[in-house]
Ligand binder design. Sequence first.
Ligand SMILES: *Cc1c(COP(=O)(O)O)cnc(C)c1O
Length: 420
Amino acid sequence: MVSKELPFTKTQIEEIVKRHPTPFHIYDEKAIRDNAEDMKRAFSVVNGFKEFFAVKALPNPYILKILKEHGFGADCSSLPELLLAEKAGITGEDIMFSSNDTPAEEFIKAKELGAIINLDDISHIDVLEKAAGLPDVICFRYNPGPLKGGNEIIGKPEESKYGFTREQLFEGYEILKKKGVKRFGLHTMVASNELNVDYFVETARILFEAAVEISEKVGIDFEFINLGGGIGIPYRPEQERVSFDAIAAGVKKAYENTIIKAGMRQPKVYFECGRVITGPYGYLITEVRHLKHIYKDYAGTDACMANLMRPGVYGAYHHITVLGKEKDPANHKYDVTGSLCENNDKFAIDRMLPKIERGDLLAIHDTGAHGYAMGFNYNGKLRSAELLLRNGGSVFKIRNAETVDDYFTTLDLDGLKSFK
Ligand SMILES: *Cc1c(COP(=O)(O)O)cnc(C)c1O
């Protein structure tokens, strides 16, 4: 069981709403910082541990700046994400550039920033060399294929588009060695929202074993091994948090049984998690605009899938608290809906909640990763503001809500006037 208590009260949110209209995402800074420290503490038993926050989970430079203060780097996958990291003061080898289907200009920017470039395919060695020249350090993304069982969200590795096959790894490092590259990394990313500790320990073992074999056959040393992201979070109250300590202990043991046993140079161990770093510490605050009683009961909110699309797209569970009614019995069944002309625009289906009235404020939990980030403008919906709840209860706006003017910025309306 995990507590779904809120870091704010109804009164606090009512005050905030006076200055920042709903809907908005609000992130709990203290909880993000405490969690970052907890991760660092737990993984300090692992050689050279470092976390590169996967920017795509919560692409906001204020959040990146907070995480940088805790020693985290940034894992970027596109030019705008590289620029976000740069704006937050994260540069050089504090950036992991793990992209796929990468355009040449992104390789050029990554190289310019001195980022660690993580290649998704053997053919990209050539593309990178021609576009930007080979950097000092290069990492390859490994797709272990049938060696690794599937994960529900990311699917079976052998059916996934990512990474090098095992044979290609040997060939690829051989090529790099011949071309004079001196520093090497090995990476994989085979899980998403995985709550099973053993899954990560097994992934680590597969990577460490591959590193030992490649080191011996190709005659190179690995500077680091990047275990990817994918650590899940308990969206449902009956689920448990993944223990960082348990993963760290398992990874340490796997490291000893492979790398240390082989007597090779000891690579550092990296993670590039997104969801587990910020996911539980964000809340979408929305007001109930209408109540509708037809064949079922609907609570229509002023938010929609454009603010949080995980429930609509994956059927994902997000806990909902009716503010001020935390202690009331959950004896009414609702579909909690958004305003999009799409019937899957529902934050919850058949959810037992306290009796809702128009104007009630809802907190939709666990929106700190892949919430705002997955937003879109379909149906003319505008993205919301993002707020930071600071220590002591003050609120700082870290992103403005989109306006209708923003929606029109990409349109040439003068051109439209003369268009026939
Ligand atoms: C999405 C992604 C991550 C982060 O995944 P989480 O599930 O948020 O931890 C890390 N690395 C790569 C390459 C990714 O695509």
